[in-house]
Ligand binder design. Structure first.
Ligand code: AHG
Ligand code: MN
Ligand code: MN
Length: 322
């Protein structure tokens, strides 16, 4: 099996970007170890703090954030970083060529049940004419990403990454401590009979999504003429990984549960990197109004509606909005 760096060279990834990716992966290996030891090390609880989005931070959220941030800033490759767990961007090397946005631990509610969690990252080029401490550097659409990926801390620690030449799967081989390529150019099947959505929010959705899911639930007795299965891991990394592996549709639609917060998922470090991975695997990733990677971000922690997965199924869903 091929090692990571030669696989990236084959895709013509520039050497400085390969170095940055290696730095990111060094952080994920340490997070993977910390996650596996969390219970033994007394790191299973919540802190007394909330992040800027008003969510209680788990101890592991903070540990993973500090690790990821410190390793990146020390590397010299990044001009700034931004994270779910940081109020605003954090300046790095003024000459750094890249910006990294990340969700240090996705699926935090799964920590206490020893279930799936992961780290999501997104890399943009750093604008040369802006100060390293200017958060506006991050206001770049998703289609400008040069790399995106996530690492799953599951039964195997797995990296899923794209640099714009397809989406590839890698597994951490603990015998030598490196990631090995296990699947090149993953393709999301065009059609599916599986959907992922938090059904408990159903009464808060807009009519088109309600009608679409109702029709899926009718199965072969309804207009879709086939039965659908449902899965929900409550960690976007896990749900998107299933979609990449065997197809399906994943959505976190708009809801009116809390009028101040119509969307749940964050554009910069959840929706954009996942959209890049899904599109590179032949899938679609949109809001009910258009392509996610074309959204011009207004702020680092902006939230967005997400509908992604198998091409034909996402199109079937969007037809309800017309
Ligand atoms: P995070 O743990 O980084 O805050 O993200 C959790 C997100 C996402 O991973 C997942 O798809 C969704 O929240 C789960 O939402 P529910 O709590 O509604 O299931
Ligand atoms: Mn998350
Ligand atoms: Mn998180």
């Amino acid at each position: 099996m091929q090692r990571l760096a030669p696989a990236l060279r084959e895709d013509n990834v520039p050497l400085d970007l390969i170095s940055l990716i290696k730095t990111i992966l060094a952080a994920t290996k340490e997070i993977s170890f910390r996650v596996s030891q969390a219970h033994l090390g007394g790191l299973m609880g919540s802190t007394l703090d909330e992040n800027i989005q008003g969510e209680v931070q788990k101890e592991l959220d903070v540990v993973a954030n500090e690790l990821f941030k410190d390793i990146l800033l020390e590397s010299g490759f990044v001009k700034a970083v931004s994270s779910e767990e940081e109020d605003t961007s954090v300046a790095g090397n003024p000459k750094g060529k890249y910006l990294v946005s990340f969700d240090p631990l996705d699926g935090s509610s799964n920590i206490e049940i020893n279930s799936l969690i992961g780290t999501i990252f997104s890399i943009h080029p750093a604008p040369e004419n802006m100060d390293a401490d200017d958060p506006d550097m991050f206001k770049q659409a998703g289609h400008k990403q040069v790399c995106a990926g996530y690492v799953l801390y599951g039964p195997a620690t797995m990296l899923v990454m794209t640099t714009g030449s397809g989406t590839h799967f890698y597994v951490l081989d603990r015998t030598h401590g490196g990631y090995l390529l296990v699947e090149r150019n993953v393709q999301v099947p065009e059609e599916t009979q599986e959907f992922a959505v938090n059904m408990s929010n159903q009464r808060f959705w807009q009519a088109p999504m309600k009608n679409y899911i109702d029709d899926l639930l009718l199965g072969d007795t309804g207009p879709r003429g086939k039965n659908f299965n449902m899965r929900w891991i409550a960690a976007m990394v896990g749900d998107v990984h299933r979609v990449l592996t065997r197809g399906g549709i994943f959505t976190y639609p708009a809801d009116n549960k809390d009028p101040k917060k119509p969307y749940k998922l964050r554009l910069m470090y959840e929706a954009n990197p996942m959209s890049f991975l899904v599109e590179q695997a032949g899938g679609i990733s949109v809001t009910s109004e258009g392509r996610i990677m074309d959204i011009e971000p207004g702020s680092i922690h902006q939230r967005v509606e997400v509908i992604l997965g198998s091409k034909k199924e996402v199109e079937a869903c969007l037809a309800y909005y017309k």
